[in-house]
Structures are given as C-alpha cells and as structure tokens.
Design a protein around this ligand. Structure first.
Ligand SMILES: Cc1cc2nc3c(=O)[nH]c(=O)nc-3n(C[C@H](O)[C@H](O)[C@H](O)COP(=O)(O)OP(=O)(O)OC[C@H]3O[C@@H](n4cnc5c(N)ncnc54)[C@H](O)[C@@H]3O)c2cc1C
Length: 386
C-alpha cells in the first residue's frame, strides 16, 4: 500500500503484526467481495471470523478486548476499507457504535451480557439514530420511550440502519418521557421483542456489500435495566459517532490507496500509441496528484491517532479528518476509474466500486456539509446550522 513518507517505519511491532494479519485475512477470506457487491449481499459467514481475528473494538479494554493502540485500530480500519467500505462498516458499527456505548455508558450487567458475544461476533449489533424525517439533525428525533412500571415502552421509526435486518440487538436513541425535559437516552432493544420490525432497504447503488434496513418500534416493551445508565442527552450518540468517524478517517485512506495501486499498475501495463499510458505526462500528473492527496490524508490520520492516544483529540479534529479524507477518496477513486478507461467501469477492477461506496461514506456519520458547519462554528464561534 502507498506509504510515500514511510509511516510504516514508525509502527510498533504490535501495529505491524495487526496490519499483516488483517491483510492475510482479507487476501484469504474475502476474495469474493466484488461478487457480494454485485449481488447486494454481505458475507455473513465472515462475522464470527472477524470476531475471532479481534476486529471488533480491539481498542477497548476488558471483557476479552485487547486494548490495542489507536494507531493499530486505525490501521485495521484502513485495511478493511481497502477491501470494501462494507467490510469496514461492519467493524465500525459493531465496535464503535454498539460496543463502545455499552462499554462507556452501560451497566455492569449490560457489559457482561453483551460485550463478550459482540466481540466474538456471536451477536450482531446495530445503531439506531437516524429517522425518516431527521437525518442531519438527529436532536429533533421523534422516537419516544415512556416509562410504565418496571418497563419502558418504545415507539418510533429509524431508517438507514446498517445491519438492522441481521442484528440481535439495537442501540436505539429515544426521548425519555420519564423526565420533564425528555432527554435523549440510549436503550438496548433485542430485535426479537414484540413490536420490532427490521425491514431491509433494497436496490442501493452504493455500499452494496453491506446490509441496511429500518427499525420500526411499535409499543416495544423493554425492562428498565435496558436503558444505558451512564449518559443523557445528545452527548450519548455524538460520542459514539466521534469514535466511528475516527475509523472512517482511516478507512478512507485505505479505499483511496487501493484505487491508486490499481491505477498505477494499470498505467504501467496498458499500452497505447506504442508505450505504457503511464509514460504520458497527463497520466503521470494524475498519479502524482493522487499519491500526494492520499499521503496528506494518511498523515492526517496518523496525527489524529496521536491526539486520540494522548486524550487530546476533539470532535472537531475528527470532523476535519473525516471530511478531508473521505473527499480525497471520493475524488481520487474517480480519477483512478478514469485512468482505467472502459475497463474502469467493469466489476473486474475495484475503483468504481470504491467510488460508488464513497457516496455513502461522504453522507453517513455526518454529511460533508455538516462537518463543514462543525468546523465553521469552531473557527468563528458562530453556529450556521439553522
Ligand atoms: C448506507 C447507509 C448506512 C447508514 N447507516 C446508519 C446507521 O447505521 N445508523 C444511523 O443512525 N444512520 C445511518 N445512516 C444515515 C446517515 O447518517 C444519514 O443519511 C445522514 O446523517 C444524512 O441524513 P439524511 O440522509 O436524512 O439527509 P438530510 O439530513 O436530509 O440532508 C440532505 C442534504 O442536505 C444537506 N443539509 C442538511 N442540513 C443542512 C444544513 N443545516 N446546512 C447545509 N446543508 C444541509 C446535507 O448535507 C445533505 O446534502 C446511514 C446512511 C446510509 C446511506
């Protein structure tokens, strides 16, 4: 993988081992990801195998989780997304959006029940924040949780939820009507409860190797112990998003770097006008720009990891890295596709698959526009959301 400034030389033994094992896992087990993308399926047989490999929340500690460095975790996301954004999304949702909130805000009983089986992939989780009428502004959510004796009764509807049709448990964010100011709170909702439906969203033209669905909640009763006790307000879901966006900032580097390698190889093989197309200045300019932009994204990801490790990372740092690195992957995958000519539009090569995936990655976990507004507010002190 492209590493123009030799960042690999700064890695620890543990980090290098993790990269090597992730690469050999992907080479050995995920060769058919292009076919899954065409079929619109996720290789579900890989879910426990990815657990065995330690791909779910390895940066957390306890409950059998190894607590690897933030750089190691980022590199893992990079390797997974170099294969496909669907694979990285599986690990991001399970680790950063489901295990993280249970680990950070859950009761001991919730942690003991869920973290070991989510970590091994024996159970699958999903994260329900987005609603049909509230995407970029989730704080306007309409899903409610009403206390009734020892239980809460949940009503509402979530959409665009990665893995909801195959999930055993959903972290559902809802307004708690048990308190006067109806704060947002997280609830662990087992998907086999009465009143839960998780319909699949079909015919996506992006992130096809990932299962996406809705969560409909009609008078769903959960015990009061299913509420996450340790957090209240939008801080709950937003802190999960910071963790997942961190992984995306790294993952986008992987997708872009894979496109670069494919384009470079093609440019040195493919001959037109009697020589490899890589011998023409225009193609060299594309490769030079691609390598430069990917290197900048990679350096940003490494610095973000240092800040996270030191406890100095702010959500705005993550916004800048997610915004920049996904834009880089979106732009550069398109250039790579272009360099492959007609072959570039076939499923035989990865750039167009990455390019289509990037439309989702550009949109979820805060759209590019929303991250622009987060940075604008940080830089001026003035909110421009509404
Ligand atoms: C494949 C996929 C998987 C997903 N997985 C999950 C998941 O697991 N869990 C989950 O909760 N959600 C998930 N999402 C939802 C995702 O987070 C939302 O799609 C995203 O937040 C945008 O919301 P929206 O689609 O409603 O767009 P909208 O919020 O309606 O935005 C539409 C457009 O308006 C722009 N816009 C909105 N507000 C402003 C403003 N104030 N100023 C300027 N422009 C603005 C946006 O940038 C965008 O371009 C997923 C989405 C996709 C596509």
């Amino acid at each position: 993988m492209l590493d123009y400034f030799d960042m690999e030389s700064t890695l620890s033994e543990e980090e290098r081992l993790l990269v090597d094992s992730a690469r050999s896992f992907i080479d050995g087990e995920v060769a058919d990801i292009g076919q899954h993308w065409i079929d619109g399926t996720f290789p579900t047989d890989l879910i426990p195998k990815m657990g065995e490999m330690g791909f779910y929340a390895p940066n957390l500690e306890g409950y059998g989780l190894p607590g690897v460095s933030e750089t190691a975790y980022g590199l893992l996301m990079r390797e997974l997304e170099a294969c496909d954004s669907g694979l990285r999304s599986m690990a991001s949702v399970q680790g950063a959006l489901v295990m993280y909130p249970i680990h950070a805000f859950g009761s001991d009983a919730q942690k003991e029940e869920w973290l070991p089986k989510l970590g091994t992939g024996e159970a699958v989780g999903c994260f329900g924040l987005t609603e049909p009428e509230h995407g970029s502004n989730p704080s306007a959510m309409e899903t409610t949780a009403d206390p009734d004796g020892d239980e809460y009764v949940l009503n509402g509807s979530k959409t665009w939820i990665t893995n909801s049709p195959i999930a055993d448990v959903a972290v559902v964010w809802a307004r708690d009507h048990g308190e006067e100011d109806t704060p947002v709170r997280g609830f662990l909702v087992e998907t086999d409860r009465d009143g839960v439906a998780t319909n699949k969203i079909d015919e996506k033209l992006s992130l096809r190797a990932s299962i996406t669905g809705e969560i409909s909640l009609q008078d769903v009763r959960v015990p009061k112990e299913n509420r996450l006790p340790g957090v209240e307000g939008m801080k709950g879901p937003l802190s999960c998003l910071t963790q997942a966006r961190y992984g995306i900032a790294w993952g986008a580097v992987g997708a872009a770097a894979d496109c670069f390698e494919v384009a470079r190889e093609y440019a040195t093989d493919r001959e037109q006008f009697g020589k490899p197309i890589g011998g023409f200045q225009m193609q060299q300019e594309k490769l030079a720009e691609m390598a430069t932009q990917i290197t900048l994204a990679q350096l940003l990801a490494h610095r973000l990891a240092e800040l996270k490790e030191a406890g100095e990372m702010r959500p705005q740092h993550v916004s800048m890295a997610k915004r920049n690195n996904v834009r880089t992957a979106r732009d550069q995958s398109r250039i790579a596709r272009e360099m492959l000519g007609g072959n570039g539009i076939t499923a035989d090569y990865s750039p167009m698959r990455h390019m289509a995936n990037m439309e989702t990655v550009y949109t979820y976990e805060g759209t590019h526009d929303i991250h622009t507004l987060i940075l604008g507010e940080d830089l001026t002190g003035i909110q421009a959301y509404q």
